[in-house]
Design a protein around this ligand. Structure first.
Ligand SMILES: Nc1ncnc2c1ncn2[C@@H]1O[C@H](COP(=O)(O)OP(=O)(O)O)[C@@H](O)[C@H]1O
Ligand SMILES: O=P(O)(O)OC[C@H](O)CO
Length: 496
C-alpha cells in the first residue's frame, strides 16, 4: 500500500489530520481541539506546545485509523490558521511566548501610531494589506518588544519567527528546515507580494531582523522530510498554503472571477483575480491566492473575524444550545416580526470597516426576545457580513457580478438554515460541495500533485462536485428592510 496523501489542517480551534487515498477520497481523520487563552480584553493566544502536541496526535491517529504506516504516505500537505505568529529559539525549538492569534487586537495602538506617521500607504502598496492588528508583522514586533531579551536574541540570530506552518515545518523536520510558502508570507505585512520577497524597508520600520524569517517557497515545493523518529519513517512535506488559500484551491477556484467563502471561526471570501493584483478601493485585501511553478495568482479577500465563533458564543457564553449543530434549528423558531441584530464585533470589525476598537452589540431587543431570536441574529450576522463583502468586491472587480456563484465550505455550512439565509440575503445562489473538507483537500492536492500521485490542475478542477445549491427565496421588500436594519446596527457599533 502506498500513494496516500496526508493533510495537516492546523485551524484556530482544532488541529486535524486527514488521510486521502490516491482517488482523493477521505480515508481517516484525526482531530483534537485545544484551549483558547484570553489574557486581556481583545487578546487571543494559543499554547505552541498544545498546537504541536495536537498536530502530532492527529497525524498519528489518522495514520493508525487508516491502518497505514509512514511508508504508505507519499507526501504531507500543511495548511494553517494564517497570521498567527510564533517566535522560537533556534536551538531548543521552544517558543519564547504563546502564539499571538490572528484575532488578537493588542497591537491596535501600534497600528494607529504607524498610521499617524503616514505609513499605511507604503504598507498597502507593498503588501496589499492594511495597518490592522490582524496581520503578523506587528505581532512579531510586539513579542520582540515585550519579551525580555527577545530583541537582542533575535539580532544575534538565536530566535526564529514565522506563521504556524513554518513552526510546524521546523518541528516536523527536526529543526532542519525554516520555510514557509508565498500565501502565508503574504499575510505578514512585511512581504512584498509583487516582488515576492521580504521587504527590508517594512522590516526596518517594525524592527524585525530579516534573518528571523523563513525562506519563502512555492505552495507545491520541497519543504523537507519529517524526522524519522516522529511517525516511524520520513515523509516528504510537499505542499503548504494558508487555510483560506488552501480552501480556494480545494474549491478549484482556479479561474479569474471564481470565488469561495469559508465559514469556520471567522469567514473569509477570496475572489481569484488571476495574474493581476487588484488594488481595492473598498478596503478589501490584495493577497496571494497561490504560487505554483514560480507563477503568482492573486486574490481579492474580504475577512470577517467572527462567524462560527458567534455560534460558539451561543453555546459556551449564553449556553442557549449544547451543540453548534442546534443553532439552525433554534434560529428557525425565531419570531420573524422581531428585528433583532447582533453585530459580532467581539474582536473589532474586519473588512470593509477595519475598526479594531469596535466591540459587539445587540439591537432590537423586546420583552419577547429569547434564545431563538439570539440564535437567528448570530447566524444572520454571518450572511449580512458576507453581503457587505460581496458589495465591496463588486465595486473592485466588475466581473464579480451577481451572476457569480459563491462556493462555500467550513464548519458552519453544515447548517442548511444558515446557507438558505445566506442565499436569501445575498439574493444569489450558494453552492455547497460534496467534500466539505476543502481546506485539507487543497493542501493535499498541492502535496499529491507535486508527488505525482494526484492529477494536475484541470483534472482536479473537474472533480469538484455539487452537494446542494441554495437558491434565493426571500421576498425582496423583506430583504431590503433587513439589510437596512443591519446597516443601521453596524453604524451604531463603529467606534468612531
Ligand atoms: N451545524 C453547524 N451550524 C452552525 N455552526 C456550526 C455548525 N457546525 C460547526 N459550526 C461552527 O463552525 C466552526 C468550526 O468550523 P471549522 O471550519 O472547523 O473552524 P476552524 O477551522 O476555524 O477551527 C465553529 O465555530 C462552530 O461553532
Ligand atoms: O482557522 P480558521 O479556519 O478560522 O481560519 C483562520 C484564518 O486563516 C485567519 O486569517
Amino acid at each position: 500500500m502506498s500513494g496516500y496523501i496526508l493533510a495537516i489542517d492546523q485551524g484556530t480551534t482544532s488541529s486535524r489530520a486527514i488521510v486521502f487515498d490516491k482517488d482523493m477520497k477521505v480515508v481517516a481523520i484525526g482531530q483534537k481541539e485545544f484551549a483558547q487563552h484570553y489574557p486581556a480584553s481583545g487578546w487571543v493566544e494559543h499554547d505552541p506546545e498544545e498546537i504541536w502536541s495536537t498536530v502530532v496526535w492527529s497525524v498519528e491517529t489518522a495514520i493508525k485509523k487508516a491502518g497505514l504506516s509512514a511508508g504508505d504516505i507519499a507526501a504531507i500537505g500543511i495548511t494553517n490558521q494564517r497570521e498567527t505568529v510564533v517566535v522560537w529559539d533556534r536551538k531548543t525549538g521552544k517558543a519564547v511566548h504563546n502564539t499571538i492569534v490572528w484575532q488578537d487586537r493588542r497591537t491596535a495602538e501600534m497600528c494607529l501610531e504607524l498610521k499617524d506617521r503616514g505609513l499605511e500607504p507604503i504598507f498597502t502598496a507593498k503588501t496589499g494589506l492594511l495597518l490592522d492588528p490582524y496581520f503578523s508583522g506587528t505581532k512579531i514586533a510586539w513579542i520582540l518588544k515585550n519579551v525580555e531579551g527577545a530583541a537582542g536574541r533575535a539580532d544575534g540570530g538565536e530566535l526564529l519567527a514565522g506563521t504556524i506552518d513554518s513552526f510546524l515545518i521546523w518541528r516536523l523536520t527536526g529543526g532542519k528546515v525554516h520555510a514557509t510558502d508565498a500565501t502565508n508570507a503574504s499575510r505578514t505585512l512585511v512581504y512584498n507580494i509583487e516582488r515576492n520577497e521580504w521587504d527590508e524597508e517594512l522590516l526596518g520600520i517594525l524592527g524585525i531582523p530579516a534573518a528571523m524569517l523563513p525562506q519563502v517557497k512555492d505552495c507545491a515545493d520541497d519543504f523537507g522530510l519529517t524526522d524519522e523518529a516522529l511517525f516511524g519513517g520520513p515523509i516528504p512535506i510537499l505542499g503548504v498554503a494558508g487555510d483560506q488559500q488552501a480552501a480556494t484551491i480545494g474549491q478549484a477556484c482556479f479561474e479569474p472571477g471564481m470565488m469561495k467563502s469559508t465559514y469556520g471561526t471567522g469567514c473569509f471570501a477570496l475572489l481569484n483575480t488571476g495574474d493581476k493584483l487588484v488594488r481595492s478601493q473598498n478596503r478589501l485585501l490584495g493577497t496571494i491566492a497561490y504560487r505554483l511553478d514560480g507563477k503568482t495568482t492573486y486574490a481579492l479577500e474580504g475577512s470577517i473575524f467572527i462567524a462560527g465563533a458567534a455560534v460558539q458564543w451561543l453555546r459556551d457564553g449564553l449556553k442557549v444550545i449544547d451543540k453548534a449543530g442546534q443553532s439552525g434549528e433554534l434560529a428557525a423558531q425565531a419570531d420573524e416580526t422581531q428585528d433583532v441584530y447582533l453585530v459580532p464585533a467581539f474582536v473589532g470589525l474586519g473588512a470593509p470597516h477595519w475598526d479594531a476598537n469596535a466591540r459587539g452589540a445587540i439591537f432590537g431587543l423586546t420583552r419577547n426576545t429569547g434564545p431563538a431570536e439570539f440564535a437567528r441574529a448570530a447566524l444572520e450576522a454571518v450572511a449580512y457580513q458576507t453581503h457587505d463583502l460581496l458589495m465591496a468586491m463588486h465595486g473592485d472587480w466588475k466581473a464579480a457580478s451577481s451572476a457569480t456563484v459563491l462556493r462555500v465550505d467550513g464548519g458552519m455550512v453544515a447548517s442548511d438554515w444558515t446557507m438558505q439565509r445566506l442565499a436569501d440575503l445575498l439574493d444569489a445562489p450558494v453552492d455547497r460541495p460534496t467534500i466539505l473538507e476543502t481546506t485539507a483537500l487543497g493542501a493535499a492536492w498541492l502535496a499529491g500533485s507535486r508527488a505525482g500521485v494526484w492529477p494536475g490542475q484541470a483534472t482536479f478542477a473537474k472533480s469538484w462536485a455539487l452537494d446542494r445549491r441554495f437558491e434565493p427565496a426571500m421576498d425582496s421588500a423583506l430583504r431590503e428592510r433587513k439589510l437596512a436594519g443591519w446597516q443601521d446596527a453596524v453604524r451604531r457599533t463603529l467606534s468612531a
